[in-house]
Design a protein around this ligand. Sequence first.
Ligand SMILES: [Zn+2]
Length: 446
Amino acid sequence: MYTCGPTVYNTAHIGNMRTFLFEDVLRRSLVFLGWQVEQVMNLTDVDDKTIDGAASAGVSLREFTQPFINSFFEDLDRLHIQRAEHYPRATEHIAEMLQLIQALVEKGYAYESDGSVFFRIGEDADYGKLSGFDLSQVRQGERVASDNYDKEDVRDFVLWKGAKEGEPAWDSPWGPGRPGWHLECSAMGMKYLGETFDIHCGGVDNIFPHHENEIAQSESATGKPFVHTWIHAEHLIVDGEKMSKSLGNFYTLQDLLDRGADLRALRYQMLSVHYRKKLNFTFDGLADAGAALKRLDEMRFRLLHATESESEADSVIIPASEKLLQEFGEALANDLNTSEALAALFGFVREVNQAIDGESLKVGDRRRVLDALARVDQVLGVLDADEWRDDEIDGLSDEEIDLLLVERREAREARDFARADEIRDQLTAQGIVLEDTPTGTRWKRQ
Ligand SMILES: [Zn+2]
């Protein structure tokens, strides 16, 4: 799976993060459904914006981009986005890019002009097949100079940009220069995943021309299909409008944190909207997401403090858990229908709450509920509140203590007193005082 990564000249905004989060959910869903995933995400650390940024800051390209690479990874962590297997930097794959250009030149798909190399779009019979772009609508055959580069045809796009005075540059058979953005993704995708791979993702704004050009370059060079499945996430808008600095509705994750936002709720909010729908970010929506999480947290809390009975009646949790995992998986397998997957979760929560209210939990049910929640949280990544605590807690969290007490009670019920004592000793060593009462075990920190 290849996922177009950030251009590291600024801090990602929440619209960028929506796409990265969708890709994270896709990745986790594929694993949930039994696939193995190898994901590549490129870091575009050379292009017009990074070069301009470095020049105005008076530093090298590497010095300029590194802080943005760091903040990008920090933002991934803040939203609990799992890491890809590979984060190749464009500047470290110039050799692969030159090879690809060379292959295109040799096959007649590319030509040099004034130190730059262009893709000859008229040679590519099926150009436009991804986006439905109709090439014949664009004037052709007209010799133009755009961006100070001479092209044979206005529609041709650049593979290699000859260096201008003072720009960072790499040597090539056509003179010093740097790769074009589209080329970068083709070269790095094929390097890590092979000439044909399964999935390529990005935002809808990547479809044309970026992904169209990736297909053109890759398939013209190899004669093979480049990608089996393209998946694109829709835009994020804010209060119903396009996000823009001039409207004052432009947010990075840090901006939201500065306003006291809960990023766990943001992840939930993003999850709850299907990736092919526009996501309308509002602070009210964020509060609703927080309320939904609270319902989940409350159920978990009640569960940990509920009692289990030994009665002969069948557990209602066993079929409820099976139904949850079945429906959850089916929803994800149906074009990543996350809202339906969440609906399945809330159906399960209702059943668990009913079982707690009716005091019908059977021995082992508490563990079954926690296991089912842990399974779906492999995709959702929002259910474990402790994972989202920003303050570093020394020792055990409240929930870990609760879980140990559950385990201690289960050990005692199974007459495994050695394990029960071991847990008490572990808690005592952490300064946790236990008090056994007729209604259960209470604890407090010393
Ligand atoms: Zn790309």
